[in-house]
Design a protein around this ligand. Structure first.
Ligand code: FAD
Length: 206
């Protein structure tokens, strides 16, 4: 079983996102799961989907660096995204990663004019830190918007429907105990999701 973690925060030393990443890795490694981290800033991922790349894609030509990322996605049973909410969306580096990696022919295809997702059988979890208060976002209808845009709209389209996500709000003003509880939650959720996947795989074998 393979676990791919995609991390999109510019501070991979002391940010709270980094602390979340550490917990996800720890939970994964404790279960002996093969875990790969793609730290998008650390690998200096180029998020720009160029016109040349789009044109080449029509001839089914994919840059080697993108094929590599696609193979990691392809092989992963669990995909974890860790990122801060930036202007109601993914940080640009993660948005660009998704623009380039989730390409036609890899993440979805078109059959009789209808799009069909190709990334079936994978589980996803997302850990998203948010500056604002979650109840305020709920009252404004933003929580539903985030669910539509960051979770369902994009990944369901590509065939990933089993998605667990956690929004951690008020992130700058939480007390230390609450932050520790969040880190514990990340660890437990990752363990649970991996355990469930493992049980599912065992069922298939038997
Ligand atoms: P940090 O600032 O690194 O940490 C948060 C707190 O956790 C700090 O008190 C820190 O000391 C503490 N901490 C760090 N490490 C640990 C640890 N190991 N254990 C315990 N505590 C720790 N917010 C919105 O709500 N909506 C938006 O649309 C939005 N847009 C944004 C756009 C931009 C460009 C930016 C820069 C921010 C935006 N924000 C928005 C806020 C953003 O979501 C938060 O700044 C981000 O989620 C904070 O995550 P962090 O990892 O950087 O937190």
């Amino acid at each position: 079983m393979k676990h791919l973690i995609i991390f999109a925060h510019p501070n991979n030393q002391t940010s709270f996102n980094q602390a979340i990443l550490e917990q996800a890795i720890k939970a994964s490694q404790e279960q002996g799961i093969e875990t790969q981290v793609r730290d998008l800033y650390a690998i200096d991922f180029n998020p720009i989907l160029s016109w040349e790349e789009l044109q080449a894609a029509q001839q089914k030509i994919t840059p080697a660096e993108i094929r590599y990322e696609q193979e990691l996605i392809d092989q992963a049973d669990l995909i974890t995204l860790i990122y801060p909410l930036w202007w109601m969306g993914f940080p640009a580096i993660l948005k660009g990663y998704l623009d380039r990696i989730l390409s036609h022919g890899f993440a979805y295809k078109t059959e009789n004019g209808v799009s069909v997702g190709l990334l079936h059988g994978k589980k996803m979890q997302q850990f998203i830190t948010i500056g604002n208060n979650l109840q305020k976002y709920e009252d404004l209808g933003f929580i539903q918007s985030l669910q539509n845009c960051l979770i369902d709209g994009l990944f369901n389209y590509c065939g990933i429907t089993d998605i667990d996500h956690c929004l951690f709000g008020d992130i700058h003003i939480l007390d230390e105990q609450t932050r520790q509880n969040i880190l514990q939650e990340v660890r437990e959720k990752t363990t649970q999701n991996l355990t469930a996947l493992f049980a599912l795989q065992q069922e298939k074998i038997e």
